[in-house]
Each structure stands twice: as structure tokens, then as C-alpha cells.
Design a binder for this molecule. Structure first.
Ligand code: 4G0
Length: 251
């Protein structure tokens, strides 16, 4: 997957593209991340890239011309262009999956009060937000988006993860997890997890996921139970009798 990032602060990305899990995906050639400094395309004598907003209101707005220059430099025409913005659609797992199917993205990071609207209109930009809060720039949101998309690419997590994520992301919150040692400061790992009975273990995981989802995210729980009688793509039933029994018990 090739990703061009357009930003006034390309150095912000180096910890992510170098050292992290993403850095390893870059090294393996799964991810090709290219950084473009928008300031390099300023035609102003002081390399200015922002100015005061027409109509007032305070803050600064990123100027159209340097961004147009950067867009033309990365040959953005015809490519999917994403703009990280607090007024975008909020990123969720469905959007992440959709983006993970693409092999080519351009991500524009705005600073200050955002970019001149003509950039968004001309380059047919899709605005995406990572949540209802404002940050000083779109760089951290871009890193969040890239990390969330990259972990779905084959070979990034190490384990061949596509099938794994398919089953784990069911619309429920995750069940509790435990690792060694079996007893820590008097606290035991639930017996069923060390029983070796994989059918019982899967039922326990389902029950714990349902319990925690009902407790913390009632709307997700309701959405989940409204689909219990859905069928899989191959027409088979989504849930066994035992699974249904657990779901009914918690309803
Ligand atoms: C555009 C994204 C970009 C407009 C970017 C700020 C939060 C997010 C920026 C503004 C960002 C997010 C109008 C302040 C840069 N902050 N939630 N900051 N305004 O995804």
C-alpha cells in the first residue's frame, strides 16, 4: 500500500515510520510511506504557507497554492485523497476495512484552523475525523488512521491476521485476556481458559464479550442481538444452539 502524506511537519512522522510496528511494515515493503513538506511548494519569498482567514475569526488558514503544488507533485489527480478534519465522518472499523482494501492513498494534514476550502472542493477530498475533539494538527489523526489500516494488511501483525480479525471484530467489545503466570498475587486465571476444552473456551469468550458490551455499550449490544438470526455468506447459521443459549441468557 502506497501512502503519500502532505504536511507542514513531516518530521512528526519519523518515530512512527522508523521504529514502530509500522516501521517494520515499511521495512518489509508492505507499506510505502512518502512524506511531502507542503512548505517546499510555497511560492512566497518567506516560504509562507498560511495566512489570516477572510472574514476574520482568528487563527490561521493554510493557503491553497502550496497545497495545490504538493498535490500536483504527488500526482494526486484520480487518487483517493483523505483530509484529517474534526468535521469529517468519524473513523470506525468499517471505514478502516474499506481503506485497507485500497493500494494507494493521499493524506492531507491540516494545521491551525484547517485549509482553504478550495483545496477540498478541487481535489475531491474525503474528510475523516478520528473523534469529536480538536488537535493542533491532522498529523496525529493521520498516524492513527495509518496504524489502524496497516494492522489489517497481510503480514503486518506477524500472524496472518485477516481471518483472525474477521472473527474477533464481531461488533462486541473484547473479552478479558490473561497470560502467564496462572496465579499472580493471589489472582487466578479463569479455570476454563486452561481446561483445553476449546468449545467451552469459545463459549466463555462469547459470554464475557456479551457481558462487558451490555455493561459498557448498550447500543452495540442491542445492534448485536438484532442480528443473531442472520446467516453467514454460505447460508449456514451464524450461531450454534449453545451460543444462542448464552445470548438468550444475557438478553
Ligand atoms: C481542520 C483532525 C484541521 C480543521 C484535525 C483543525 C482534530 C482532528 C484541523 C481544524 C485536527 C480529528 C477547524 C480547528 C487540524 N484536529 N478529530 N486539527 N479546525 O480527526
Amino acid at each position: 500500500m502506497k501512502i503519500d502524506i502532505l504536511t507542514l511537519f513531516p518530521e512528526m512522522f519519523s518515530p512512527v515510520t522508523r521504529d514502530s510496528m509500522l516501521g517494520r511494515a515499511v521495512d518489509k515493503g508492505i507499506l510505502d510511506i512518502r512524506l511531502t513538506d507542503i512548505r517546499d511548494f510555497s511560492n512566497d519569498k518567506h516560504n509562507k504557507a498560511d495566512d489570516y482567514p477572510f472574514g476574520g475569526g482568528g487563527g490561521m488558514v493554510m493557503m491553497a497554492d502550496p497545497i495545490f503544488g504538493a498535490m500536483e507533485h504527488v500526482k494526486a489527480r484520480g487518487r483517493k485523497v483523505i483530509y484529517m478534519s474534526p468535521r469529517g465522518r468519524i473513523l470506525d472499523e468499517a471505514k478502516i476495512r474499506e481503506l485497507s482494501q485500497m493500494d494507494d492513498l493521499v493524506i492531507l494534514c491540516g494545521h491551525y484552523e484547517g485549509v482553504d476550502q478550495r483545496v477540498l472542493d478541487y481535489w475531491n477530498v474525503e474528510e475523516i475525523s478520528i473523534g469529536d475533539y480538536v488537535l493542533t494538527g491532522g498529523e496525529l489523526p493521520a498516524m492513527v488512521l495509518i496504524d489502524s489500516v496497516a494492522r489489517l494488511l497481510p503480514g503486518v501483525l506477524g500472524n496472518e491476521n485477516s481471518a483472525l480479525n474477521e472473527s474477533v471484530y464481531s461488533g462486541l467489545l473484547e473479552h478479558p485476556q490473561y497470560t502467564q503466570p496462572r496465579e499472580y498475587r493471589g489472582m487466578e486465571v479463569p479455570e476454563v481458559l486452561v481446561s483445553g476444552n476449546h468449545k467451552l473456551i469459545d463459549l466463555w469468550k462469547l459470554e464475557e464479550s456479551l457481558k462487558i458490551t451490555k455493561e459498557r455499550r448498550e447500543e452495540l449490544f442491542e445492534e448485536f442481538i438484532s442480528h443473531i438470526d442472520d446467516r453467514n455468506e454460505d447460508g449456514s447459521k451464524r450461531f450454534s444452539k449453545d451460543e444462542k443459549k448464552i445470548i438468550d441468557k444475557l438478553k
